[in-house]
Design a protein around this ligand. Structure first.
Ligand SMILES: NC(=O)c1ccc[n+]([C@@H]2O[C@H](COP(=O)([O-])OP(=O)(O)OC[C@H]3O[C@@H](n4cnc5c(N)ncnc54)[C@H](O)[C@@H]3O)[C@@H](O)[C@H]2O)c1
Length: 325
C-alpha cells in the first residue's frame, strides 16, 4: 500500500538529483513525493519525471508534505542550514558529500541530528562501488600481503577557478571528499596530511582546481592523491600496492587484482551490475537504516572525518608544512 512506503523529498534538483531519484524509484518501499529547488524550473522538471510536487522553498515543502526523509542535494555551503531546518521538522537526512563546508558545520549538524533523534547519513557512493568493495575484501583477507603504498587520481572540470568550480566548493571539497573516504576505507584512518596547490589557487578553498596531497595512515602507509583539473583526459584510478600483489581500480579501463606471484589477474568488475549500482546500493542502505533494518555504515561521523582530513590538507597547502590530525 502506498501509505506504507517511505515518503521522500529531494532538496536540490541539479546535477546529482536524477541519480538519487532513479535509485529511489528502483526501491519499491519508497515514494519520492516532493522536490524543492530555488530554481522553480529545475524543480518542476524533476517533479514531472518523479510524479512529485515541486516547491521553490524547501521550508514550504517540509511544512506541507509529511516526509519521512530527504536527500540533501544542494552545494555544501548550504547543507548545515537546510539540515538543521529539516531535522527540526522531524525527517531523516541523506546528505550528499561533502557533509558540509567545514568540520564545525558538520559537528553542529551531528548535534542537531542527535537532538532530533533522526538519522543523518552522508553519501559516500564509491564505498558501494563493486571493485572498491572487492578491494576492501581482498585487503581484509590479507591477499595483498603487507600494504606498502597507495595512489589515487581523479580528474575535474577546469584547471582554473571559475563560477562553476567555486560553486562546487573547489576540487578539494568536491572530489577530495571522495578521495578522503576511499583512502580511509582502503588504507586506514589518516594520521597526517601534506598538500600542494598552485599558489594562485590558495586564497580560499573554493579556488582550488588542481592539487596534490600525501596522506599518511595511522598504520604508517602513505598514499599520493592527485586531484587534477588540468589534465585531459584524466583517468579516475585508485591503486593499492602490497608485498603480495596490487589492486588497480580504473573506472574507465577495468579493475583487477594482480598477484605478485605471477598468477593470472583477478577481475574486480561485475559486468552484470548496472553502471549506477553504487548509487542504488547506497540509497537501498539508507532506506534500510531509516526502516531500522540496518545500522548506518556511513554515519555523520564519516562526513566529519573527511572534513577534518580536507581541512588538514588545505592548511598544509597554505603553510607548506605537514599537518597532523
Ligand atoms: N556522489 C557524487 O558522485 C556526486 C556527484 C555530483 C555532485 N555531488 C554532490 O551533490 C551536491 C550537489 O551537487 P550538484 O552537482 O547537483 O550541484 P548543482 O549546482 O548542479 O545543483 C544544486 C542545486 O541546488 C539548488 N539549491 C541551492 N541552494 C538551495 C536551497 N537553499 N534550496 C533549494 N535548492 C537549492 C540549486 O538551485 C541547484 O539547482 C554537492 O554537495 C556535490 O558535491 C555528488
Amino acid at each position: 500500500m502506498a501509505t506504507d512506503k517511505l515518503r521522500v523529498g529531494l532538496i536540490g534538483c541539479g546535477g546529482i538529483a536524477p541519480a538519487h531519484l532513479s535509485s529511489y524509484r528502483r526501491n519499491e518501499r519508497v515514494d519520492v513525493v516532493a522536490v524543492a529547488d530555488l530554481d522553480m524550473e529545475r524543480a518542476e522538471s524533476l517533479a514531472k519525471e518523479a510524479g512529485a510536487t515541486a516547491y521553490s522553498s524547501y521550508v514550504e515543502m517540509l511544512e506541507k508534505e509529511r516526509l519521512d526523509a530527504v536527500s540533501l542535494l544542494t552545494p555544501p555551503d548550504s547543507h548545515r542550514t537546510i539540515a538543521e531546518v529539516a531535522l527540526s521538522a522531524g525527517v531523516h537526512i541523506f546528505s550528499e558529500k561533502p557533509l558540509a563546508k567545514t568540520s564545525a558545520d558538520g559537528k553542529a549538524m551531528a548535534e542537531a541530528a542527535s537532538s532530533a533523534g533522526k538519522l543523518l547519513m552522508v553519501a559516500q557512493c564509491h564505498r558501494f562501488h563493486e571493485p572498491v568493495r572487492r578491494a576492501k575484501e581482498l585487503i581484509s583477507q590479507g591477499r595483498l600481503g603487507e600494504m606498502v603504498t597507495y595512489r589515487n587520481r581523479f580528474g575535474y572540470i577546469a584547471g582554473k577557478p571559475n563560477a562553476t568550480t567555486r560553486g562546487r566548493g573547489g576540487i578539494l571539497l568536491d572530489n577530495g571528499s571522495h578521495s578522503s573516504y576511499i583512502f580511509r576505507y582502503l588504507v586506514g584512518p589518516v594520521k597526517s596530511a601534506l598538500g600542494w596547490a598552485p599558489s594562485d589557487q590558495l586564497a580560499q578553498v573554493e579556488d582550488l582546481c588542481v592539487c596534490t596531497v600525501i596522506l599518511q595512515a595511522s598504520n604508517g602507509v602513505g598514499g599520493v592523491i592527485e586531484l587534477d583539473g588540468a589534465a585531459r583526459p584524466c583517468p579516475s584510478v585508485m591503486e593499492v600496492y602490497g608485498t603480495e600483489g596490487a589492486i588497480v581500480i580504473d573506472y574507465a579501463g577495468g579493475s583487477q587484482f594482480l598477484p605478485a606471484n605471477g598468477d593470472p589477474p583477478l577481475s574486480l568488475d561485475n559486468p552484470e551490475l548496472p553502471g549506477a549500482h553504487r548509487f542504488d546500493r547506497e540509497i537501498d542502505h539508507f532506506v534500510a537504516c531509516v526502516m531500522g533494518e540496518e545500522d548506518p555504515e556511513v554515519g555523520v561521523e564519516e562526513g566529519i572525518a573527511d572534513l577534518l582530513v580536507l581541512e588538514a590538507c588545505y592548511e598544509s597547502m597554505t603553510s607548506g608544512k605537514r599537518v597532523s590530525l
